[in-house]
Write a protein that binds this ligand. Structure first.
Ligand SMILES: [Zn+2]
Length: 316
């Protein structure tokens, strides 16, 4: 049993404090988020997380991608689809992932140990299109989703090749809402998965009662859901356990919707049920969702307790 995070971590922009940073700032090349990535990686590693993220510290999950995708435009925080969606104008998350991986290697004295790693995270085409407004070119969301899947596939392949992550995760919170055409959604994820050199995971938060069966048919290696913050999903997983025998489960076991530290007995109970249902080797423990909104010390403590429970069962 390994542990991971869903992705985002509390972060703040820093301002240049030493001479080198001030000089970089003068030339517009100071990066106010570099320290946040380092802090997020270190905090995850201190807490015992096996597969870390770069903390997704740069901003909201839609605009960090759409900013670089032709056909999409951001205006006052809203995203619009204004033309044909094409391949990204540049690599989007590679530099941050490479930096996070370097911080991780340094943490371990130069070499990342076996069983530890980093993951790349991409906001899914269904979620991006459903949170955008189409103002021209596309007559329906489905065509935009397929074009966006091809565009995001370029980023996914680049991450696989250049970062060599443990896996790539697609975030698709909209898939539990009932608003998304599941056939298109499955086709879109299939486009990203096609020929991908590393395993693919998909994170879907929310209540799964209606979506679960459909989600088990997606061509992914890991399905990641929340189980701490709602009392419906565990029953759904138990009823349908036979449908996920060929997949691993990302098992959200701490509640990311509250900014207090979870009760360790609650985590323990949940994890023991997960082991009963899907087996220790098929579980990746993680929080329900991103931890962006939690205070840093609370986010750390949630991860630490989660890993304490992981160790308890791994050593038993
Ligand atoms: Zn989520």
């Amino acid at each position: 049993m390994k542990s991971t995070v869903v992705g985002s971590f509390p972060s703040r922009e820093s301002s240049p404090s030493n001479f080198k940073d001030k000089l970089l700032n003068t030339f517009g090349s100071y990066d106010p988020f570099k320290q946040a990535i380092k802090d997020s990686v270190t905090s995850q590693l201190d807490a015992g997380v096996d597969i870390i993220s770069d903390g997704q510290v740069r901003g909201d999950m839609v605009s960090i991608f759409t900013e670089y995708i032709p056909g999409m435009k951001i205006e006052e925080g809203n995203t619009f689809i204004v033309g044909k969606i094409r391949n990204p104008t540049q690599e989007i998350s590679i530099k941050d992932l490479q930096y996070a991986k370097k911080v991780m290697a340094d943490y371990y004295g130069g070499k990342i140990p076996e069983g530890k790693g980093i993951k790349g995270i991409i906001t899914g085409p269904n979620t991006i299109v459903h949170s955008s407004r189409i103002t021209s070119f596309y007559k329906n969301k489905e065509d935009a989703i397929i074009d966006l899947a091809h565009s995001l596939k370029v980023e996914a392949d680049a991450i696989a090749k250049k970062v060599k992550p443990s896996y790539i995760q697609i975030d698709e919170p909209f898939l539990s809402t009932g608003m998304v055409d599941m056939k298109t959604a499955r086709e879109a994820i299939g486009i990203i998965k096609d020929g991908l050199e590393v395993p693919l995971g998909m994170h879907v938060c929310g209540i799964l009662k209606d979506a679960f069966k459909d989600l088990t048919k997606f061509d992914v290696d890991i399905l990641d859901f929340e189980f701490a913050g709602n009392n419906v999903n565990l029953g759904v997983l138990e009823e349908n356990a036979s449908l996920i025998s060929n997949k691993k489960i990302g098992f959200g076991c701490v509640d990311s919707s509250v900014n207090t530290v979870d009760d360790i007995e609650d985590i323990d109970n949940l994890v023991s049920k997960a082991i009963e249902i899907v087996g220790k080797d098929n579980i990746l423990l993680d929080p329900d969702c991103g931890l962006r909104r939690a205070p840093e010390d609370v986010a750390f403590e949630k991860l630490r307790l989660m890993n304490q429970i992981k160790d308890k069962y791994n050593n038993s």
